[in-house]
Each structure stands twice: as C-alpha cells, then as structure tokens.
Write a protein that binds this ligand. Structure first.
Ligand code: SAH
Ligand code: SF4
Ligand code: F3S
Length: 442
C-alpha cells in the first residue's frame, strides 16, 4: 500500500490507554499511514489523554499547546484528542476554545470509532468538533485491528468501566459502568496471541475481579483464569487491577495452583488508615486487607505484591499517615506507586473539607517513597541465591536483559550464559549491583 502519510501518538495514563493507543495505531496503519518517531514529521498527531490527576492534565494541555507552531507551518496536519480527559463533561468545548487548531475530539469510549471520524473529517476537510456521542460502552470491541507495541507482551481487555466510585476517583465518570467482554472472545484473542508467539498476556480492567458479574453466562474471574490457562502454549498470564474487596479465595486458589499465572500481584491499598479508607469508599479495613495479604502469602509462597497509595487525602492526619507507613512495612511490597491526592471535578472528595496543604502532601510522599525504596531494596537483595523464572526480553553488548514477573530487571552475562531473547529461563540470582540484580542460568 502506498504510504499516505505519517502519524505520531502521544499516550498518557494507564495500561488501558497504552492498549487503546495500539488500537488507534492499528486504525491508522490500516488506512495506509505509517508511524514516525518525530511529531514534527507527522501528518496526524493524536493525543490519547488521561485525567486521573491534575498534574496529568496540565502536562497534556502544555503538550497540546506546543503543537500550535507545527500546525502553523503545516496547514494539513490533523490533530486529534481522545481518551479520558476529553470524555469529561464540558471538556470538548473547553479544548476547542483553548486550542482552535484541534480537528477531532472524541472520548475514551469512542476509540473504536476513530477510523470513521477520520474518514468523515477527510471527506469534509473542515473543522469539526466530534463531541463525545456516548458516555458508555460501545459494542464494537472485537472488530478493531491493533498495532501491538511488543512482540512478547500483549494486553487483552476483559472488563471495561468501573462501578466502585472511590470518592477521589474520576475513572467511573469517564469510563462508564462495568461491561465484561464475552469469555469466548477473550479466549479466542488470547489463543491467537499465544499462537503468534506472545509470552506474557496481561488481562486489563479497572477491577478484573468484577469480571462476569454483568454477564448471563456462568463465569467469573477465577473461571476465566482457569479457561485461559487451559490453553496450550508456553505463556504467562498477568492481570491488573485487583480491588482488594473483590479478590476471592477462588482466584487466590487458581493462582496458587496454576504455574501459568504470574506470582506478581498488584493490589492497590490506597491507605493504611481505616478512617481514610472509609472516606475513600474502599469497602475494606486495614485488618481485612492485612488478612487478605496473609492468605495470599501463605497460599502463594513466592508472591511479589505491589500497590498504589494516595497520600494527603482530605482529612488525613499524621496518625492516618503513620498507619499507611505501618501497613507498607507489614506487607513488604516489592513496588509501590505513591501519589499525592489531587482534586477531581465531580467526585465526592472534591467537596470534602479538610483538604491537605500541598507542603504536607509533599513531605508525606517524599518520606513514604524513601521508606518504600528501602523495602524494595531489601526484597530484591534478599533474592540473592534464590531461583526465579524470568523472561529474556532484550540484550545489549555484554548482557541479556531479563525481567522478573514484577518487572524487575535481571542482567545476565552473555559470555557465560547461553539464552534466547523471547524465551523464559530459570535463573539463579547471584548479586545486586546499583539497583540491578545479576543472574546466571542453571
Ligand atoms: N482501577 C484501578 C486504578 C485506577 S487509577 C484500581 O482501582 O486499582 C490508578 C491509581 O491512581 C489509583 O489506584 C490511585 O492510587 C490513583 N488515583 C486515582 N485517583 C486519584 C486522585 N484523585 N489523586 C491521586 N491519585 C489518584
Ligand atoms: Fe477508580 Fe476506585 Fe474504580 Fe479503581 S476501583 S478505577 S480507584 S473508582
Ligand atoms: Fe488515566 Fe483514564 Fe487510565 S483517567 S489512569 S487513562 S482510565
């Protein structure tokens, strides 16, 4: 096919968005466009946006603004903005007013229609504000072609949207209610990926444990995991995210019994304080959470846990913060993503009194990151002399670059080890140097 032009996609936010950019790229490839590394060379620039925190939005607005001079020099450049930020109510109008050079605007739930929007725009070649037509789920999820970023890792959506309404969170407002994909469609997609040689399949959802609740079939997340792992092939299943209130014993048992499922589990706790958890509408207590962690650790001995934490939620006292410190010390996460609370329009927490001062938030995030850094360091150092299964993902001049299931990099010397990029290997960890683990084959 003749090259019709070049495109560049800016992607912000979570894995869901990374995957949706693969769909946007698939649409553009199928229309004869080619990806370019430089936005200034592009004929189409897409911003796939996130609005989880104000800092994300500010950065995106700055980056969109920076396109103005490119557009000035290149009148035919098409600029599209999509994703969670543009799905917010009144945002399309705001964007259009602030950046009149944007050509197409659509929401996170309309990604599958990008091809149609683009065709319509190209036919008419005039400014159109493609306002988000529908805030909810669109039944077109299987039809789209994707340009996947990796040959080893693949994302597969299993459930869209969120019903939880944590009081700080904007996701339910922009992603709509929970909609599970049909199990047969998921199984078919995973089998195709495994046949193509993909090694790690990550099942995506805002809360994967809710999978199936909205379907009439006899299915839930544990059963889905069983069906997927029954497929033939040498592959590994990961998933994110898991809401602690919904992680069932059945799911823990399937993970414990099924070696194809990753031993790295992301279990966002958000806070270690019961009063904060209550105000967040998380529907569990720190005791519930710690019990769940003990159960997971006893059934899955080599598990590595990671988490998300928000500091500075409205009303968070020093004592509440100390409860979070205490919890992370008890759980011993291999990794924690720590955020400062950010007010989001339309959420319950936005209206709460006792918003925390920015310098308090900054101090708490700084201290907690340091504490977590030491915990992670200790966990990885303790892996010395242990055996781990890794995926060899890349190589440089001297080393194979492998990763643990939790994402930690393992360097393996090429001179004394014979490995193949793209394959799993059992390695013994022999050293920990400047934050990198060193392994050797066994
Ligand atoms: N559905 C996933 C996470 C979605 S957002 C889950 O429930 O685990 C990813 C993380 O961003 C959340 O876990 C939370 O820690 C953080 N987050 C969400 N809203 C936020 C806000 N208003 N301010 C700061 N962090 C926020
Ligand atoms: Fe947001 Fe809570 Fe839903 Fe996660 S579970 S997306 S934090 S509302
Ligand atoms: Fe951001 Fe939307 Fe993901 S708000 S974190 S891109 S679901």
């Amino acid at each position: 096919m003749k090259v019709r032009g070049y495109y560049y996609i800016f992607t912000y936010g979570c894995q869901m968005n990374v995957h949706e950019s693969e769909k946007l790229a698939g649409v553009l490839n199928s229309k004869g466009y080619t990806a370019t590394e430089k936005p200034e060379d592009a004929d189409i620039i897409v911003f796939n946006t996130c609005c989880i925190r104000e800092s994300a939005e500010q950065k995106i607005l700055g980056n969109i603004g920076a396109i103005k001079p490119i557009k000035k020099n290149k009148k035919d450049l098409i600029v599209a903005v999509c994703g969670c930020m543009s799905q917010q109510s009144n945002m399309a109008g705001y964007l259009k007013q602030k950046f009149p050079f944007i050509d197409i605007i659509f929401g996170a739930n309309n990604v599958e229609y990008f091809g149609e929007y683009l065709d319509r725009f190209l036919e008419q070649r005039k400014f159109q504000n493609m306002v988000i037509a529908d805030k909810d789920y669109i039944e077109n999820k299987n039809a789209i072609s994707m340009a996947r970023d990796s040959k080893l890792h693949a994302f597969v959506n299993i459930i869209y949207g969120c019903n939880n309404f944590c009081t700080y969170c904007i996701v339910p407002f922009v992603r709509g209610r929970e909609h599970s994909r049909a199990p047969a469609d998921i199984i078919k997609e995973v089998q195709t990926l495994v046949n193509m040689g993909y090694k790690v399949i990550t099942l995506l959802g805002q809360n994967v444990n809710s999978y199936g609740k909205d379907l009439t079939e006899d299915i839930n997340f544990a059963k889905l995991l069983e069906q997927i792992t029954a497929l033939d092939g040498d592959f590994e299943i990961r998933f994110m995210s898991s809401h602690p209130k919904d992680l069932s014993d059945d799911v823990i048992d399937v993970i414990a019994n099924q070696p194809k499922i990753s031993r790295a589990i992301h279990l966002p706790v958000q806070s270690g304080s019961n009063s904060v958890l209550k105000a967040m509408n998380r529907n569990y207590t720190r005791e519930n959470y710690l019990d769940l962690v003990s159960k997971i650790k006893s059934k899955i001995p080599n598990v590595k846990l990671s988490t998300d934490i928000i500091v500075g939620f409205p009303g968070e006292t020093d004592k509440d913060y100390q409860d979070t410190v205490d919890l992370i010390e008890k759980v011993q996460y291999s990794n924690a993503f720590i955020f400062m609370y950010s007010k989001r329009k339309g959420t319950i927490a936005e209206k709460m009194e006792n918003q925390i001062a920015i310098d308090v938030k900054r101090k708490r995030i700084h201290d907690l990151l340091n504490i977590q850094h030491e915990i992670s360091d200790k966990i990885f150092r303790n892996l010395i002399n242990k055996q781990e299964r890794v995926l060899v993902e890349d190589e440089n001049k001297d080393s194979f670059i492998a990763k643990l299931q939790c994402g930690k990099i393992i360097l393996i010397d090429k001179k004394s080890n014979d490995l193949k990029v793209g394959s799993f290997a059992e390695v013994k960890l022999i050293d920990y140097v400047k934050g990198d683990l060193i392994g050797k084959t066994i």
